[in-house]
Structures are given as C-alpha cells and as structure tokens.
Design a protein around this ligand. Structure first.
Ligand code: XIL
Length: 391
C-alpha cells in the first residue's frame, strides 16, 4: 500500500481514478438524485491504493531492471519503493559476460550472488540477463580469432554461469539479440565462428546446466513483421531440435508517440501460438526525438549531441506527460486483453534519472521514459497504468 500525501500526487491520482474530486479545493462532489453536495475533506489526502505488483497480481509479473546501488539498497527510499512496486527483477548489467566472466578462468559472482539474496529477501523472481549476447563481451572474447576458442568460451560460460544459479534464478535470457531487422541472423562473433546453430546449442547447453530455470529468447523490434518472422523461425528451430524454450521477450524500447500497437498485438498472438510465454522485458517509452527518426535498441548505434535533440532539459511539458501516460495506458490495456499469454512486464529501470536512455543513443540528454520521476515520485504514466486495470 502506498500513501500519497502531497497535492501533485492528488492531482495525478484523481485525474485518472476519481474524476469527482477537486484537488485545488480538497472537495468531493457527491450527487444524490438531483441534489449535488460538495464536501470539503482535510488538506492532506491519504490515498491508500494498490501498487503495480498488487494491481496486476493476477495478470503478470511486474519487473524492473536494477543497477548495483539499487540491489545493494544504498538508498532507503528507493529500496522501499522498489520492494513495494515490483515482484520481478532483471540485473541491468551485472550478469552480462563482461562483468561475470572477465577472464578465461575468472568469474565474478559476488554481485549476482547479492542479487539472488536481495530477490529472495524481497520476494522477487530473478530473470537473469543474459548468457549469450554479442555486446558487453569480455575483452578476451572480443579478441578471439579461432573458432575453437570461441566454442570453448561459449560452452564454459553457459555451463559455469547457468549451473551456478540453477534453482536460485527463475529464468534466463539465454540468447539476446541474435537477429537483424530483416529477420536474418546477426553477423555476430557467435554466428561467424560457430555457425547458425549456435542459438539451438545455447538453449541445449542451458537446459542441461539449469534444468530448473525457464529459458527465454530476448530481442528488440521482434514485434516488427520481418524480424518477428525471423524470431518465429528461430523458436521453431529450437523446438524442432527437441530443445526447451519457455518464452520470448519483446524488449519494448519504444517511442511514446509511436508505440506500434497493432504489431505488438499481432506478436502476442503469433508468439503465444507457439506454446510459449510472451514477455515485455525492457519496457521504456522515450519522449525524445531519435536521430534519423529510427526505432532501434542496438546499443552499438550512437550519435553526437545536439541541443535540438534534447528539448526538455528542465522538465517534461504536461502535454508530453499526458501523451506518454495515454500510450502506457493503451499498452497495458492491450497486455490485459490476452490473459494467460503475457507473463511478465519489466521496466528497464525505476526512475527517469537512472534510465539508460539519458545516455543512449546520445550522451547527456534528459529523457523521461519510465513511471517514476527523478525524485522517484509516481508520474502521470504511473497512475494511467494502474487505471488501465479498471478501465
Ligand atoms: C543497457 C544498459 O541499460 C546500460 O546500462 C548498458 O550500458 C548497455 O546496456 N538491450 C538489452 C540491455 O538487452 O541489456 C541493454 O541494457 C539495453 C538494450
């Protein structure tokens, strides 16, 4: 239960949930028959309302990507907010290969172990992110020239890391971002050195190393028709090989003004028809212009700073906040339209200040993609997401 006491929260809450309340006058209008009565209630409004995870408890898990400070609960206010709002956690960086496996025989498990303990204490499910990805690879792998070395790394990495957390993480993003926009396989070091069966091999190894974790394929833009077709082919190939895949993660790094609703809906149908879970795993809705007007989440694609591409350094205009809140509400209504098909919705961060979108694809911008603002106060988008459950 959260208690919002200040008038801005009052405005947010009542504009979405209780249209009969006026926050300026603290008055509530009661209408009995033809007689309208206006009551004035105390200035501090205590509004106890269900949090995100409580609101959607019968629908899907609600997750957040967390950084090390958040996992270590350095900030008490943030820690309380995160524990009350989310029941799933994805490590934003600490389980990526460059952190967890920095040298041939060197593994660094301390941070991931802390994450597991944190999640247990707070009753959250861990989605471990990720085993095989072309980005954030340790330097020793990036330098590899021969296929045998890459194969040894690939096998050792999956066997060692996945096995260590068997039984303590709920799920793994086994392979991340293996596809190009046209649905063909991305020309990564794994494709080059191991051939296109590497994705099936990764799932086969993971299934053996971590029999108790769910195994997922995760990518961005796979709601788009061509890339979606590539993902469907990949998933079918894994299934045809008799290897387990439990779900697919659509990252969901979209622009608030251009959320591809029809493609998302079609993807929920098409992926769930394969008998697997559908998840939205890295949700954030950017409000900033994209260089070249592209939609991508390719971490390798960056651009230089221009003031014109950073229009809201001092605050988000109401009109944009409203547009974003409406986009989030539409999305959640769509997720709710497919009961039992969407199993988790994870935000890529908690508050706007910590979002990776302040520094990608352009460094040093001020973005506002999440449900909580820079002070971790709930935004209009937060209230619109909650209201999506009842409207
Ligand atoms: C991002 C992190 O948020 C950043 O902190 C890091 O510098 C780069 O990676 N797709 C993914 C995530 O699967 O792992 C990426 O996370 C964002 C895009």
């Amino acid at each position: 239960m959260s208690i919002f006491k200040i008038s801005t929260d009052c405005n947010n809450y009542f504009s979405f949930v209780r249209k009969d309340y006026d926050c300026m006058t603290n008055a509530r209008k009661w209408t009995a028959g033809k007689i309208a009565v206006t009551l004035t209630i105390p200035l501090l409004v205590n509004v106890a309302q269900p949090t995100l995870k409580e609101t959607f408890k019968n629908d899907f898990l609600i997750g957040a990507a967390l950084n090390t400070r958040q996992i270590e609960e350095k900030d008490t206010g943030a820690a309380r907010l995160i524990a009350s709002q989310f029941n799933a956690v994805t490590p934003e960086n600490i389980m990526k290969a460059e952190v967890i496996h920095p040298g041939w025989d060197t593994y660094r498990f301390d941070l991931a172990d802390e994450l597991v303990a944190y999640a247990r204490k707070n009753n959250m499910k861990v989605n471990a992110h990720n085993l095989i990805w072309h980005s954030q690879l340790p330097a020793f792998v990036r330098r590899m020239k021969d296929a045998d070395s890459v194969r040894s790394y690939f096998v050792n990495h999956i066997n060692t890391v996945a096995a260590r957390y068997d039984g303590s993480v709920y799920s793994w993003d086994v392979v991340n971002e293996a596809l190009n926009e046209d649905g063909t396989m991305r020309n990564s070091i794994f494709l080059q050195k191991l051939g296109e069966d590497y994705v099936v091999d990764a799932f086969r190894l993971a299934q053996k190393a971590t029999p108790h974790s769910k195994l997922y394929y995760n990518d961005y833009n796979i709601e788009q028709p061509k890339k979606r077709a590539g993902a469907i082919a990949l998933i079918k190939k894994i299934q045809a090989a008799g290897v387990r895949i439990d779900g697919v993660g659509i990252q969901g790094h979209w622009r608030a003004a251009h959320v591809p609703m029809a493609d998302i809906e079609e993807s929920i149908r098409a992926f769930s028809a394969l008998g697997i879970e559908v998840m939205f795993t890295e949700l954030d809705l950017s409000v900033l212009p994209n260089p070249g007007d592209r939609t991508t989440a390719d971490v390798g694609q960056t651009a230089g700073y221009q003031a014109s591409l950073n229009p809201y350094p001092d605050g988000l205009p109401d009109s944009v906040a409203n547009m974003q809140a409406a986009a989030y509400a539409d999305l959640f209504r769509l997720f709710l339209k497919y009961p039992g098909k969407v199993s988790r919705v994870t935000f890529w961060g908690v508050g706007d200040g910590g979002s990776w979108l302040n520094d990608w694809p352009i460094r040093g911008r001020t973005n506002y993609p999440l449900l909580f603002d820079r002070q971790l106060r709930p935004k209009k988008a937060y209230f619109s997401v909650l209201a999506a459950k009842s409207h």
